[in-house]
Design a protein around this ligand. Sequence first.
Ligand SMILES: Cc1cc2nc3c(=O)[nH]c(=O)nc-3n(C[C@H](O)[C@H](O)[C@H](O)COP(=O)(O)OP(=O)(O)OC[C@H]3O[C@@H](n4cnc5c(N)ncnc54)[C@H](O)[C@@H]3O)c2cc1C
Length: 488
Amino acid sequence: MEFLLHEFTSFLKKEQILDDPVDLKLYETDATSLFPKQPKLVLLPDTVKEIQKIIKAIIRYNSSNPPHKVSFVARGAGTGLSGGALASDYSIIISLARFTKVIKVDYENNVVLVETGVVNATLNKVVKDSNLHFAPDPSSQQACTIGGNVAENAGGVHCFKYGVTSEHVLGIEMLSPNGELRYFGDLDSDLNYNLSSSDLNITALVVGSEGTFGIVTKALLRLTPLQDSFLTIQAAFADTQACANLVSDLIKQGFKPAAIETVDNNAVKAINKAYNLGFSDDVKAVILIEIDGVLEEVIENGLKIKDTVNKYNPLQYEETQDSERRLKLWKVRKGAAAAFGKIAPFWYLYDLVVPRSKIPDALKGLEEIADKYNLLLANILHAGDGNIHPNFLYDPYKDQTVVDRIHKASHEIMELCVRLGGTLSGEHGIGVEKQEYMGHLFSDTDMNKMLMLREVFDPNYISNPNKIFPIRICRECHREIELEELKT
Ligand SMILES: Cc1cc2nc3c(=O)[nH]c(=O)nc-3n(C[C@H](O)[C@H](O)[C@H](O)COP(=O)(O)OP(=O)(O)OC[C@H]3O[C@@H](n4cnc5c(N)ncnc54)[C@H](O)[C@@H]3O)c2cc1C
């Protein structure tokens, strides 16, 4: 890397290059701490040209130093939960932290062009006064970036109705791993857009590719009008089963609320400890249902939903159309992750999806696995999507074997999920966290086809290598193993 470092200093300022171990420590994990890996170098470019120069320098270095293969990893805010933004042994982290411009808001066509380091909530603040929003709203939206949302195909609490990120990205500018700037979808190289382009939908392929196809530097996004009215309903139950059955019932009846979210027993305990939200001790599950639209429709659906909720004998029920009270009701869901800190200093969150009808079975299975490995489990759910986030709350300083037990439990959780007809990730991606579980769901033939697609964009595997695919199948991992062997 010494030679490369020298080359980077010829076009980057000192403060754009981090190689001090103390600085690098900050980039050792994303929001999950189970797979730490300290990078050797982090670069903070200011312009697309600078990223391009970095990639071209890496390509030059690789071609003159075979078999070495330096690679790069794009990093947004590092809030990812699958280890996607971590470096591997020979990769350089390229941070998009300085790409924070909202370039153009087109209020006539409800689209916005942004640099991809823009924080999701910042974009929403910019367009809110015009009654618009970027609909995907991950719970991390105060910190996570549009680039991270695009790479992970992020979801959020209102995506049940509005759809995940892929449904809101119209075009992208991407720096390919060969150093060339490419434009896909509705965006062209003059940053003009043609909102009716009908070519092969390559944008949709890039969304969710976890940074393995290149670095997305600009995104043309769809903005959605904010609805006139909303109604937020919160109901608390004595058992999680009632909550799960209520979700199935609402969906069977054809309701399409903007959000259906639930939290279970241990999550309620954490929330009771952290905030004074007034849940009694016998509350074992809470549901939040939000409907929006024109006022008459909201009122009419609200009455019907209330009737359905009441069939399941809630211990507590509240509904509101008041904006401030709405935020308070949402605290039970949006504040859950922070509340876990009141129970234990560490938190490991999974992301799995099962068919909605299997949510009760999944919750039962998760409880059995947690009991088997003596782990403290709290579940939060994007219930409308069948997307479950089981959380293990733990303290590795008090319990030295807990991390090992969590890894063992992970294996069984993935098996449970696949057995129930589910899939490995709803919104957090595969990254390093789940790469070894891909084989539970996909055959080698399928994975090789995915790799062939990846090779179209990145034939040399230099863009975020060693992610997504299991080590035994992933060609770039083998290269790193070979390099390790060369050293010994
Ligand atoms: C408390 C909490 C709540 C969360 N809630 C949700 C939720 O509700 N829904 C949800 O979907 N996720 C959620 N997440 C996960 C995370 O916030 C999302 O995955 C988010 O999209 C990551 O964005 P980031 O900017 O932090 O990306 P990073 O973590 O920096 O990177 C994530 C991946 O994106 C790639 N990447 C980043 N920028 C680019 C780019 N410009 N070009 C190409 N690749 C890039 C990285 O290489 C990496 O593979 C949550 C996380 C936390 C900590």
